[in-house]
Write a protein that binds this ligand. Structure first.
Ligand SMILES: NC(=O)c1ccc[n+]([C@@H]2O[C@H](COP(=O)([O-])OP(=O)(O)OC[C@H]3O[C@@H](n4cnc5c(N)ncnc54)[C@H](OP(=O)(O)O)[C@@H]3O)[C@@H](O)[C@H]2O)c1
Length: 252
């Protein structure tokens, strides 16, 4: 029983959910971005960069809301240490997706399909689904591109998402460590694919707002495999060149 609300603790999350709808809606200038699996590496990196460089609202999603709240607190502390006073909230993935304008699937590639289906009811044509996921297999030589039968993980996400939800592939080739270290000044490109030009323009804008990151349009979702296949390449560059780590690419 919660001493303040006089409610069973189990009911507190739904109450908080209702309270959340009293918050002002996001505006085009100030979007609400949910990072599902935002407790992990790329989720942390993107959350920290967006929180440091923009005013967009960040929601950390997790299968475990407690874990999401703990991660959000850690990110707030990291941001504060770098001079940024930001509030980041943590929720179960479904709740984070329900509230967001942009939903980033920051989960391992084998779970993106199930994660999309877990939150599908919370998505609509106004929600942009972003996937950075890449299918890879590693052996003693290095990492190798290993796409699913859909052709790419990005196209798999589009196939599993509700028909009216626009999907954009982005951030595949960025090293999470390079983003998460806020003292590291980045100068990198990120490659974008998508069939919905408005959705792609929005994600392009969000990428561009990260200081030192340049978004480049690589066309429709059908070109996703070419982008995804760069990820094992940059990992192998890091593996065989000991002075390089958290490698990324700049296209000139
Ligand atoms: N790491 C990078 O440098 C990098 C760079 C570019 C792209 N990517 C891509 O980004 C995605 C995430 O990579 P990552 O390195 O951040 O992954 P990660 O740290 O291994 O995992 C991210 C989160 O995924 C969630 N997760 C784990 N197992 C799950 C399952 N069975 N079902 C649903 N969610 C699950 C976990 O969150 P909860 O336990 O809190 O739910 C975890 O914190 C991958 O698809 C990867 O290809 C990664």
């Amino acid at each position: 029983m919660c001493p303040v609300l006089g409610e069973s603790v189990d009911n507190i999350e739904p109450l908080w959910e209702n309270a959340y709808h009293l918050f002002s809606p996001s505006t085009e200038a100030n979007m609400r971005i949910a990072l599902l699996g935002g407790t992990g590496d790329i989720g942390e990196g993107l959350a920290l960069r967006w929180a440091a460089d923009t005013d967009h609202e960040l929601l950390i999603g997790s299968r475990d809301p407690e874990k999401a709240r703990d991660a959000a607190e850690e990110y707030e502390a990291e941001l504060k240490a770098h001079g940024h006073e930001r509030t980041i909230k943590g929720f179960a993935n479904e709740m984070a997706a329900d509230r967001a304008d942009v939903v980033v699937l920051a989960v391992p590639p084998y779970y993106v399909g199930d994660t999309v289906e877990a939150v599908a009811e919370k998505l609509d044509s106004e929600t942009i689904l972003v996937t950075p996921a890449v299918g890879m297999k590693g052996d003693e030589d290095g990492m190798h591109y290993h796409p699913p039968s859909a052709g790419s993980v990005t196209e798999l996400v589009a196939a599993r998402a509700p028909d009216d939800v626009p999907v954009v592939g982005a951030f595949h080739n960025l090293a999470a460590g390079a983003l998460a270290d806020l003292s590291n000044e980045i100068d990198l490109d990120t490659l974008l694919v998508g069939d919905d030009s408005d959705a792609k323009a929005t994600v392009r804008q969000l990428a561009d707002e990260i200081s030192g990151l340049r978004p480049l349009d690589v066309g429709p979702l059908a070109n996703a495999a070419e982008i995804e296949s760069v990820t094992p390449l940059v990992i192998n560059i890091a593996k065989y060149n000991k002075d390089l780590h958290d490698v990324g690419a700049k296209w000139v």
